[in-house]
Design a protein. Structure first.
Length: 456
């Protein structure tokens, strides 16, 4: 459950970032006030000024030609760091199961726990983890389990009830703000209680401001253009749909799919890497014999840029083969089709982008800088904050993702195996130059200012 929480927390924080700007003006004012206050205090009470947290140790100036540069201390410091910060390779024998393929901290789990519990800086993470676990087990879960026990999750209403129970459990902690759940803020519209989450607007909004809001691609026909090439898309799309479907720009104007592509107004959400991804055996099968776990699919969702300047979801093809059915908002399957698109996108986001690209790829920096920079080096402080908790975070909870049937493996139908396959793929394909948001946006031809923010 720890990992579920951590993953959810990351998701929620990401969503929070995207919604917070509503309060930007207020924030700016508050920040201006705060800055004034702090500066005032700094001027008036120079002697009581707190030392800056990221200050360079005074006794070790970095200036060229400085009389003292602590060469010797730095070398000792790095030698000490290397005693602990060893990086795994194909010969490493530790209990982190991917240590031979992914460079990781070459220490066993129990030693890792001790080290980080004692480390004055990193221990904060373990305290947080322990506290969260206790809160979840003692305060949140009892009420939540009772509520979940009364529902069989067969209708959206039942999901709303379970969600409400979650909200109440979080409130019961008396520290709901630390759950960073946007719906806890009075200024945020709660989409679950209002049922707004079921609307096409909310589905589209999540493509642009939800977790991993950069999977949408513009369909292009010129080989040199970046986006989803029509030649790659067409062989996957239902032929009749591709030829006959009318793309509505407005209530009165419709064009063919080919025309919408030519106009640069057709967008798709489809993740080729999700094609053929397999479910693991359903751990709940003995408990829920009257239902079968649905496969995680790889649907193609079609969006059109309307004359109103907004993006609209117009159709979802549930499987990427030419014989597949295509649903629209008129279909009885529409909500299910949107749910399947959502699940494919979320699994890919969590497994490949989050676990793979964020943790497996970026952690290498966090391990390496400690081997190469002395704690007395000015950049050490910068990296230290940037990397806080990243190693113990994954090392201590990794089992729940890799072990079959553990908490992390029941979030998605593809279980622990899907998570492992996609995250390792991210490591195998790592490319430091293209892993930037700027590039994510460019590749997907969603240039800044091109699409107005979807309004609700
Ligand atoms: C990790 O634990 C295993 C099994 O106890 C042991 O053989 C191995 O040497 C340990 N590795 C390290 C780096 O301490
Ligand atoms: C769930 O409900 C069943 C009966 O419907 C009951 O036996 C069980 O104790 C309940 N579990 C919890 C955790 O409330």
């Amino acid at each position: 459950m720890k990992v579920v929480t951590l993953l959810l927390a990351c998701v929620v924080v990401a969503q929070c970032h995207s919604t917070l700007h509503q309060d930007e003006t207020k924030l700016d004012e508050d920040l201006a006030k705060l800055t004034k206050m702090v500066l005032g205090r700094w001027k008036n009470k120079r002697s009581h000024r707190p030392s800056r947290p990221t200050s360079i140790p005074r006794e070790c100036p970095v200036k060229v030609g400085a009389r003292r540069n602590c060469q010797k201390e730095r070398l000792t410091d790095i030698a000490r760091a290397r005693y602990w910060y060893k990086i795994s390779d194909e010969n490493t024998n530790i209990d982190f199961p991917l240590a031979s393929t992914i460079p990781w901290l070459a220490q066993n789990l129990s030693e890792t726990k001790y080290y980080y519990a004692l480390d004055p800086f990193e221990s904060r993470h373990l305290v947080l983890l322990q506290t969260w676990t206790n809160i979840l087990l003692n305060t949140v879960f009892p009420g939540l389990t009772a509520a979940f026990n009364t529902t069989s999750f067969e209708s959206p209403q039942e999901y709303a009830i379970a969600y409400k129970a979650w909200q109440q459990s979080v409130q019961a902690t008396k520290a709901p703000q630390y759950f960073a759940n946007p719906s806890q803020f009075p200024t945020i519209t709660d989409h679950v209680s209002t049922g707004h989450w079921q609307t096409d607007e909310a589905f589209t909004q999540r493509r642009l401001t939800g977790q991993c809001p950069y999977f949408l691609k513009k369909v292009v026909d010129d080989e040199d253009d970046k986006g989803y090439h029509v030649d790659d898309l067409k062989p996957l799309v239902n032929t009749k749909f591709f030829e006959d479907f009318e793309m509505k720009y407005s209530a009165t104007e419709s064009v063919s799919i080919e025309q919408a592509i030519e106009d640069g107004r057709l967008f798709v959400l489809h993740i080729p890497e999700m094609v053929g991804i397999k479910n693991v055996p359903d751990v709940f099968a003995p408990l829920l014999q009257d239902r079968k776990l649905a496969d995680v699919k790889s649907p193609i969702s079609f969006f059109v840029l309307g004359d109103d300047g907004l993006l609209h979801v117009v159709a979802i093809q549930r499987n990427p083969v030419q014989t597949s059915e295509v649903d629209t908002s008129e279909s009885s399957n529409w909500l299910l089709a949107k749910g399947e698109a959502e699940m494919a996108s979320d699994l890919y986001c969590q497994a490949k982008i989050h676990l793979g690209e964020v943790h497996f790829v970026s952690t290498i920096y966090c391990l390496s800088f400690r081997r190469h920079l002395s704690t007395k080096h000015p950049l050490y402080d910068f990296f230290k904050h940037h990397c806080e908790g990243t190693v113990p975070h994954i090392t201590t909870v990794f089992e729940t993702l890799t072990t079959p049937n553990a908490a992390g493996s029941v979030i998605y139908g593809t279980g622990n195996q899907g998570f492992l396959d996609l995250s390792q793929k991210a490591f195998a394909e790592r490319d430091y130059e293209s892993n930037t948001y700027e590039d994510f946006i460019k590749v997907r031809t969603m240039r800044k200012g091109f699409l107005p923010f979807i309004k609700i």
